[in-house]
Ligand binder design. Structure first.
Ligand code: ADP
Ligand code: MG
Length: 357
């Protein structure tokens, strides 16, 4: 494509360079800035999640990237171009946008909604229809069943899928998602998160996602930026590091009580966590595979380890040891250590914390 022959930096897809936003409303712009001097890079193909309390400037940050809001100062670069120099239609082609409650056009069908940007770009009928079918299939909505429906004929989760399909219509390199699963019930949200993660891996799209839900952040992100008022970055790190080693009190508050449970969902059973020397022993019956996530390992222990001797662990059909309650604790400590930064004290898990995980 002629317009993307530009040489671009590979270390980032979007760069916020000293960006501030002060809204002019209310006190004639004298209030605190909604975003104050933000410097942030979103790396190519990563899922970067911005998480923080309501009003801290997450949506403003997002909207400045696609020019729904103009910065008061600073620059935002998209793959080397200052977004203020890019024609808005071109910008939308390069940056999909998904918001809570989707904002589908109520009087247009699912197919027409998904075709919004292709139509804007003047694609022909055939190409548009093929693309719509492909996208609906991608997000798990059978085209023959869903294409002709209207938004009010869909569940919340289905509407959200249509929103994702619409945002992906032109296969944009970057996708902005503002509380995308916020309006969906917890079970549906989980499923959408998992499916979206699969789609993102398949397409390699660079994603900047905003949420106030730390669990969503930890589950979805390659890196998490924890923000406080004015879009101040409290910590920017992979999920494990955020959970195991909160850098500030604010991050610690956000990660809060469910910390051990979050570590469990991030960790997998490794060889170093095992006990016993059952190598090669043939065992029948209950066992867990090496690499199982720690939450599932704990479920097995609760169900199957009546005698407290542990559950056999298999790798490639061979028993290689046992996992016990102690091994799970050891794995959690290992995870906490892996999340360590700098010279902080190693993390000691309180016994009650481990017990309630
Ligand atoms: N259009 C607007 N006009 C004036 N103030 C706004 C506007 N949009 C947001 N704000 C203010 O900017 C701050 C950040 O808002 P926002 O970016 O929506 O936060 P978040 O998405 O993290 O909840 C808040 O104090 C909010 O009241
Ligand atoms: Mg918001």
């Amino acid at each position: 494509m002629a317009d993307s022959v530009l040489q671009v930096a590979d270390e980032w897809a979007i760069r916020f360079d000293g960006v501030s936003k002060r809204y002019a409303s209310g006190e004639a712009g004298n209030g605190p800035a909604a975003v104050h001097d933000l410097n942030l890079d979103v790396r190519p193909h990563e899922v970067l999640v911005l998480v923080g309390p309501s009003g801290c400037g997450k949506s403003t940050t997002m909207r400045m990237a696609n020019r729904l809001v103009e910065p008061t100062s600073g620059r935002i670069l998209l793959e080397g171009d200052d977004v203020t120099d890019v024609d808005p239609v071109q910008l939308r082609r390069r940056m999909g946008y998904v918001i809570q409650n989707v904002g589908l056009f109520p009087h247009r069908t699912v197919a027409q909604n998904v075709a919004t940007v292709p139509k804007l770009l003047g694609w022909d009928r055939r190409r548009t229809r093929d693309r719509v079918d492909e996208l609906l299939t991608l997000v798990g909505l059978e085209p023959s069943r869903y294409a002709k429906r209207y938004p009010h004929e869909l569940s919340g989760g289905e509407r959200q899928r249509v929103g994702v399909a619409r945002a992906l219509a032109t296969d944009p390199p970057v996708l902005l998602m503002d509380e995308p699963f916020g309006a969906v019930d917890p079970v549906g949200r989980r499923r959408l998160q998992t499916e979206f993660a699969r789609i993102q891996r398949e397409l390699g799209t660079t994603v900047m996602l905003v949420t106030h839900d730390i669990d969503e952040a930890v589950r979805m992100a390659d890196r998490v930026a924890v923000l406080s008022e004015g879009a101040h970055i409290e910590q920017l790190a992979p999920p494990l590091e955020i959970v195991a080693r909160p850098a500030t009190d604010r991050v610690a508050d956000l990660v809060g009580r469910g910390r051990t449970a979050r570590l469990m969902s991030l960790g997998r059973l490794e060889r170093a966590d095992l006990e016993g020397d059952e190598a090669g022993t043939v065992v029948d019956g209950p066992h867990v595979e090496l690499g199982t996530d720690l939450g599932d390992v704990l479920d097995h222990l609760v169900d199957e380890d009546r005698g407290g001797v542990g559950v056999p662990v298999w790798e490639n059909g061979q028993a290689i040891g046992r996992v016990t309650g102690q091994s799970v604790l050891r794995a959690l400590r290992r995870l906490a250590d892996e999340g360590r930064t700098g010279e902080q004290e190693p993390l000691a898990l309180a016994d009650d914390e481990a017990a309630t995980a």
